[in-house]
Ligand binder design. Structure first.
Ligand SMILES: Cc1cc2nc3c(=O)[nH]c(=O)nc-3n(C[C@H](O)[C@H](O)[C@H](O)COP(=O)(O)OP(=O)(O)OC[C@H]3O[C@@H](n4cnc5c(N)ncnc54)[C@H](O)[C@@H]3O)c2cc1C
Length: 402
């Protein structure tokens, strides 16, 4: 078994690390405290990231991207999240669409949408599934027609008319290109009648309704979207009726592992900061790293972060192979990484003592950031429920054996 990253993965890890050191670290705590969500969007970092290929990392080489595999995206995502989770999420929301671009789009759709996305250094993408009445209920675990999923699409001549609302959408209200889920027949379940549409931001009837204000991932946006007779050309349908399940299992199969990697980055940042602090802070006659209570906490964080990373790499590797068990491993990796990161931030708070809540130190921000992935990309409870349901259909060896 080979544990080393490839030369290419090492290269991208280094590029991301240097990007963090050059742009993010010196500025992030000031930017995190800017009052308005709109004013916090780091357009300059997005443009700089574009110059070195980060924004288009997942795009196929044919269209000028790097065609990075899911494992590489996880490595880079973790590194960016060590600098700032919000910025890592902005990039990752572009990477997560890579397989939608390369595998789900028709050649005509690719020609229409990919060059536009690649050539605009400020362009980002977003996926709109969640609605005010349906958060967990859009994930297929409870899939009955009575869920409060209101976005509908009705075919009228050569257009679909979309009506409804979305909320909490990452990169929402700032992205140029949206993938929107709507029900074609509200008398059917979402999995039966849900479809995915390609919706550029300037489509008539599409309204970006601004941003949620929030305590976590403050440099990324969570947008509110509205569709009022939004006129989407018939040929912009990406996944038609009955294919919604494939959105997660096939075309966004890297999503959970990538989310896990970015969550892990926050935990690592908190752990590294606390470790350095403990090597310098002296109490009880010695450096607190030499106090067993502190050393034990940090040792446990190191152990858990490393094992969460190995689980992410395994899930990413399986997803890259298109392995049938990849969804289960990705769900479990996301839960483990986000819980581990949250715990590492709590440990960091304890190691810093009173300093942990002071703005001179980044730990209070790490803690705020780490809460988001307990819920984002599916709540951890729902991820576990979905994983267990999938596991119940297979033997233990089929899921966990090699
Ligand atoms: C930072 C962030 C970014 C996001 N980005 C996006 C995005 O880009 N696109 C998008 O579409 N969505 C996005 N979301 C939405 C996200 O997917 C939802 O928040 C998530 O799925 C949970 O839905 P909810 O918040 O409505 O919680 P709810 O579904 O209301 O859940 C509340 C509680 O009830 C529990 N629960 C719910 N149903 C069940 C059940 N059947 N059985 C047992 N327990 C249950 C949950 O586990 C949770 O504990 C984002 C959310 C966040 C926080």
């Amino acid at each position: 078994m080979e544990f080393a990253l490839t030369k290419n993965q090492e290269k991208w890890k280094k590029i991301a690390k240097e990007f963090v050191e050059k742009y993010i670290t010196p500025e992030v705590s000031r930017r995190d405290r800017i009052e308005n969500a709109k004013d916090r969007i780091p357009w300059d970092w997005i443009v700089e990231a574009d110059k070195i290929g980060l924004r288009t990392l997942g795009i196929s080489k044919k269209y000028g991207g790097e065609e990075a595999d899911i494992l590489t995206l996880c490595v880079v995502g973790e590194e960016l999240a060590v600098g700032d989770l919000g910025f890592a999420v902005i990039m990752d929301q572009c990477w997560k669409m890579a397989h939608l671009f390369s595998d789900a789009m028709t050649t005509e759709q690719q020609e229409q949408f990919i060059p536009k996305f690649v050539s605009d250094p400020e362009a980002t993408t977003a996926i709109g599934v969640t609605e005010p009445g349906a958060g967990s209920d859009h994930q297929g675990y409870y899939d009955e027609p009575d869920i409060d999923y209101r976005t509908t699409a009705v075919l009228e001549n050569n257009h679909y008319l979309l009506n409804g609302e979305k909320h909490y959408i990452s990169n929402g209200s700032m992205a140029k290109l949206y993938f929107i889920v709507a029900r074609l027949d509200p008398s059917k379940t979402l999995m039966e009648s849900g479809a995915v549409f390609i919706v550029p931001h300037d489509t008539p009837g599409f309204k970006a309704m601004g941003f949620h204000e929030k305590s976590s991932q403050r440099l990324a946006t969570n947008g509110k979207l509205k569709f009022e007779n939004c006129k989407v050309p018939k040929e912009n349908i990406l996944l038609g009726e009955g294919k919604l399940g494939e959105l997660r299992s096939r075309y966004m199969r890297g999503s959970k592992a990538e989310a896990a990697a970015t969550a892990l980055g926050v935990g690592r940042a908190a752990y590294e900061y606390a470790f350095d602090y403990a090597k310098n802070r002296k109490q009880g006659g010695k450096k607190i790293i030499e106090q067993q209570a502190v050393a034990m906490m940090l040792g446990e964080s190191a152990m858990k972060l490393d094992s969460a990373r190995l689980q992410i790499y395994k899930a990413a590797w399986l997803a890259d192979q298109g392995h049938p068990t990849a969804p289960v491993h990705s769900l479990l990796a996301k839960v483990n990484a986000s819980e581990t990161a949250f715990e590492a931030c709590k440990v960091a708070s304890e190691v810093l003592g009173g300093a942990s809540i002071m703005y001179e130190h980044p730990v209070e921000k790490y803690l705020r950031d780490a809460t988001s992935f307990l819920h984002s990309d599916g709540t951890n409870q729902m991820c576990l429920l979905r994983a267990v349901r999938a596991m119940a259909n297979n033997s233990h060896d089929e899921v966990f054996g090699f």
